[in-house]
Write a protein that binds this ligand. Structure first.
Ligand code: ADP
Ligand code: MG
Length: 282
């Protein structure tokens, strides 16, 4: 559905460096990374809203620039900021956007309006952030798109809205011909629904793997300060000292167990633990 190889883009103070990853049919991929790590830039490159310096981006097996029109017809896209004309009503805005899609489904759009409790006669500038997001989602989901790409769709939304949106995404993916790619810095959203996680930090991919494999391959270590030798420090993927000892991230549980035995606690990490320690280390 999406294949990126050695993508590069240089700004004055930032660069996307050799970014590669792939998303297969039928899966949800979360794209995580701290603020300013390059998520929006990567998504803009995929959507050809920014010009790459080098590398290749294929969507549905086709070059994203040569086949831009054809590809975008099959992508449901949600931006991180409003791209609607604020003075229009929902209905007017929809009437501008809908004709661009060969498979626009007015009935489905009406159903989403109802499900989301949106009124088509409402002006866009009167909608709350969550309502705008629901409107953007309704558009993205109403033209039979095969790939849904969203930039931070849940940021700034309250937990109830977020859960609703995640449920909708989950129901879409029940059709195994569709895929979803979305960026977020809210890692708990991904723990709930993502199959794959791609982690970007300072413009570079740290990993792009199955979520379950990632959660299995790392562990949080907790021990006393006396255990934290310089040798151990070096083998950890980042640590922090607390009042009672240290807490750290490792990708080698067995080594830690061999080294420290039962002196330390080894626990399952959350995605947030992984992101926190790795981003901090860099
Ligand atoms: P994220 O979405 O992960 O928060 P972005 O991709 O928006 O990060 O930004 C990554 C970095 O690129 C930031 O430091 C930002 O200032 C910089 N950047 C983004 N767009 C431009 C641009 N058009 N010109 C110069 N720098 C930019
Ligand atoms: Mg962003």
């Amino acid at each position: 559905m999406l294949k990126i190889e050695n993508l590069n883009k240089k700004f004055k103070n930032f660069e996307i460096k050799d970014v590669s990853f792939e998303l297969k049919k039928g899966y949800i991929m979360g794209f995580i990374g701290p603020n300013g790590s390059g998520k929006t830039t990567t998504i803009k490159l995929i959507m050809n809203l920014l010009k790459k310096d080098s590398g290749s981006i294929e969507v549905f097996g086709k070059d994203n620039i040569k086949f831009e029109r054809e590809i975008k017809d099959r992508i449901g896209f949600v931006y991180d900021e409003g791209y609607f004309y604020e003075d229009l009503t929902i209905k007017q805005m929809k009437n501008i956007v809908a004709p661009f899609y060969t498979q626009w489904d007015e009935k489905l759009f009406k159903k989403y309006m109802k499900d989301f409790s949106l009124d088509e006669t409402q002006k866009i500038n009167k909608l709350s952030k969550g309502m705008k997001m629901k409107f953007a989602l309704a558009i993205a989901l109403s033209h039979n798109a095969d790939l849904i790409i969203m930039d931070e769709p849940t940021s700034g939304l309250d937990p109830i809205f977020r859960r609703e949106i995640l449920d909708i995404l989950y129901s879409i993916i029940q059709d195994e011909n569709k895929s979803i790619f979305f960026s977020t810095h809210i890692t708990t959203d991904l723990e709930r629904i993502a199959d794959y996680i791609t982690f970007i930090d300072e413009g570079k991919i740290v990993f792009s793997k199955e979520k379950d494999l990632i959660l299995e391959s790392y562990a949080v270590v907790k021990g006393g300060n006396e255990d934290l030798t310089p040798e151990l420090e070096k083998s950890l993927l980042g640590f922090r000292k607390t009042n009672v000892g240290f807490e750290a991230l490792t990708d080698d549980k067995n080594m830690i167990r061999d080294l420290l035995g039962e002196d330390v606690l080894i626990e399952k990490p959350s995605l947030e633990d992984i992101m926190f320690y790795i981003a901090r280390r860099q």
